[in-house]
Design a protein around this ligand. Structure first.
Ligand code: PEP
Length: 247
């Protein structure tokens, strides 16, 4: 099946009003793209991204959301709020949040559910650490992480985007080889096939030091439908080159 590719920029906690404007206009000026393109800026910059990208065909999203609708949850942002700002996506379960904020598989699954309840597509990140890979646990770890979300979303599981991001490849300059990435993507696709009739239409992203130089070979793999891009999403030229590689 041919699936349209998706490239998502995860800006993490980077950016400033003065840096964002040229980044967004650099991405805009390089339209049209033959893949879907989205950026996920920090929360305070969502409204300016929404204004800049309105009617452009480009999409935007948040980097996290609360499991709660509203209430006394200082510092949290709900999926409803993201929807109000036109977010198409929200990243949930990024390895930095799992590691630095002790987010469990169950919590990530609830966040994905909260997002879908407000019409925001969750980009669910899964991935193993270096120690887990070296001890042969890659498959069991990613399956466990994905299984929690499949379970929580039930008949809506086919609506999520999944991002395989090996923790050892994030921000390290070490990319999984296209074959290593494909191997895990195939495992995830098979797990999704057992859970939803939409599995073959679902978008499975790879993330972890994706650069203009390695994007094409990753995108050539059968089950890699695009990328979640961190560092290279902060430079318009690099991000645009990755989007071009997906086309
Ligand atoms: C990420 O943060 O999702 C990511 C993949 O980062 P990088 O591209 O910098 O490895």
């Amino acid at each position: 099946m041919t699936r349209r590719k998706l490239v998502v920029g995860n800006w993490k906690m980077h950016g400033s009003r003065s840096a964002n404007a040229p980044l967004l206009s650099g991405i805009l000026e390089s339209r049209p793209y033959t893949c879907d393109v989205a950026v996920c800026p920090p929360f305070p910059y969502l409204s300016e991204a929404a204004v800049a990208l309105a009617s452009s065909g480009l999409r935007w999203g948040g980097q996290d959301c609360s499991v709660h609708e509203q209430g006394a949850y200082t510092g949290e942002v709900s999926a409803r709020m993201l929807a109000e700002f036109g977010c198409r996506y929200v990243i949930v379960g990024h390895s930095e949040r799992r590691a630095l904020h002790a987010e469990s598989d169950g919590l990530v699954a609830e966040k994905a559910k909260a997002a879908l309840a407000h019409g925001v597509t969750p980009i669910v990140c899964v991935g193993e650490t270096l120690a887990e890979r070296e001890s042969g646990q890659t498959e069991s770890v990613v399956k466990r992480q994905l299984s929690a979300v499949i379970h929580a979303l039930a008949h809506c599981a086919g609506e999520m985007v999944v991002a395989y991001e090996p923790v050892w490849a994030i921000g390290t300059g070490k990319t999984a080889t296209p074959e290593q990435a494909q191997e895990v993507h195939a495992v995830l696709r098979a797990q999704l096939r057992a859970a939803t009739p939409r599995a073959d239409a679902m978008t499975l992203l790879y993330g972890g030091s994706v650069k203009p130089e390695n994007a094409k070979s990753l995108f050539a793999q059968a089950d890699i439908d695009g990328a979640l891009v961190g560092g290279a999403a902060l430079k318009a030229d690099d991000f645009v080159a990755i989007c071009r590689a997906a086309g």
